[in-house]
Design a protein around this ligand. Structure first.
Ligand code: SF4
Ligand code: SF4
Length: 128
């Protein structure tokens, strides 16, 4: 989720070279504190933020989606051309933490596919 790896740990992925696969996850959970941050960011109340930006899936508030050319759909806050989060400083905690380890499985897959295709910009169209 376009993580900036806030820790000092060396990471082996580069979100700047990725089409933001993790922003296509169906259930990007929005906690109460995330709603507060989103509401503050947009200058609206929490109820409005909840209604505008989230939907309920299996009892949890998750970010709404928009259509996408690479993945079936992605988070409503992804800039689908630049493949960047448009609310980076206000993104939910789960986006901030992801992938929470030195490797990102999708990035490994992407690197392998790009090497195989001999195309540094190749994006597999199938879901991972
Ligand atoms: S899928 Fe991995 S490399 Fe791509 S944006 Fe998400 S964390 Fe970054
Ligand atoms: S809020 Fe930003 S980082 Fe999180 S899923 Fe949406 S676009 Fe990706």
């Amino acid at each position: 989720m376009s993580s900036n790896n806030g820790s000092k740990q060396k990471v082996h992925y580069d979100c700047a070279k990725c089409p933001a696969y993790c922003c296509s996850y169906d259930s990007i959970v929005v906690e109460k504190r995330d709603l507060k941050r989103l509401a503050r960011h947009f200058g609206i109340d929490e109820e409005t933020a909840e209604r505008r930006f989230t939907k309920v899936v299996e009892g949890e508030n998750v970010l709404r989606h928009q259509k996408d050319k690479f993945f079936r759909s992605v988070c409503m806050f992804l800039d689908t051309k630049k493949r960047r989060c448009t609310i980076y400083d206000a993104r939910p905690g789960v986006c901030h933490e992801y992938p929470d380890q030195p490797h990102c499985g999708y990035f490994e897959f992407l690197k392998w596919e790009r090497g195989h295709q001999e195309d540094p910009d190749f994006v597999p169209m199938n879901r991972y």
